[in-house]
Each structure stands twice: as C-alpha cells, then as structure tokens.
Write a protein that binds this ligand. Structure first.
Ligand code: MG
Length: 159
C-alpha cells in the first residue's frame, strides 16, 4: 500500500532575516518572512506528508495564530508530522522536491539540505531529492521577492 502526497509553499524574502532552507542556514543578505522560521522547503515536505494520508495540512496542525509556533524551527514541525503518520503505520518511501528561486544559487548546499532532511525523517540521503531551478526572471520569484517550493512524498504502509 502506497500513498502519495504533494506540497507547495511560498514565502517572501525580507532583508535582515536568516535564510533557512531545508533545515540549514544559507548565507544571503535576505531571509524568508513567516510566523515560523519560514523554511519553505521543510514546509512543503511537511504538507506533502499530511497530504499523503489525507490528514489536513501544515496550517491545520500548526496554526500560525498559535504563539507556540512563533519563530519555531521548522525541523520540529516536519519531525512532528512524520511522527503522526508513522504512528498510523506509515514509513517514508522517498521525497522529491523542487525549489524555485532566482538568487542565491543553492546548488552547493543541496547535499547538506538532503542530509538535514534525511536526518529529520530518520532515513537515508538517497531517499531525499532536492532540485533547484530559477523562474527565468519572471514573476515574484524572478524579481527576487520570494521563493516557491514543490514537494512530493511517497509513504508506504509498514509490514
Ligand atoms: Mg510556509
């Protein structure tokens, strides 16, 4: 038994915030704005995990109106999401994500992000794919206002 999930997230860049992506900090003069640490890659994977088992979304589990989640490390949200589905008898098959941003170039950080995500999901790096592309200068990503991330997750019933 397999379940597939899809996640999508967008955050706006703002000067003077740390740029957190995939659970690591990437050197840049801007960071992502949000109630939590705004890690759009971890958020989209978290959403895909909930989606795979039709258990709502990141906002219904971790509402941004709850002060408990103010500036929360998104690694905790992803880890909690995975615990919830693992308790229902699922384990991770694989993750495939695409980050769409104009700047900075993140190619050199891809493996570090994969390692970070694998460690949160207690799996091997070869089950985690992170890809990056630009939007060819078009739209809010092209004008460097923000970032978009798409993620798919495959879950399998254990035993
Ligand atoms: Mg988000």
């Amino acid at each position: 038994m397999f379940r597939i999930g899809f996640g999508y997230d967008v955050h706006r860049f703002e000067f003077g915030r740390p740029f957190k992506l995939g659970g690591i900090e990437i050197p840049f003069d801007k960071g992502l704005l949000g109630h939590s640490d705004a890690d759009a890659l971890l958020h989209s994977i978290t959403d895909a995990i909930f989606g795979a088992v039709a258990l709502g979304d990141i906002g219904s589990h971790f509402p941004d109106t709850d002060p408990k989640y103010k500036n929360v490390d998104s690694k905790i949200l992803l880890s909690e999401a995975y615990k919830i589905v693992a308790q229902s008898g699922y384990k991770l098959g694989n993750v495939d994500a695409t980050v769409v941003l104009q700047k900075p170039k993140i190619r050199q950080y891809i493996d570090e992000m994969r390692e970070s995500i694998a460690s949160i999901l207690e799996t091997d790096i070869d089950k985690i794919s992170v890809k990056a592309t630009t939007s060819e200068g078009m739209g809010f990503v092209g004008t460097e206002e923000g970032i978009k991330v798409f993620a798919t997750v495959l879950l399998m019933i254990t035993e």
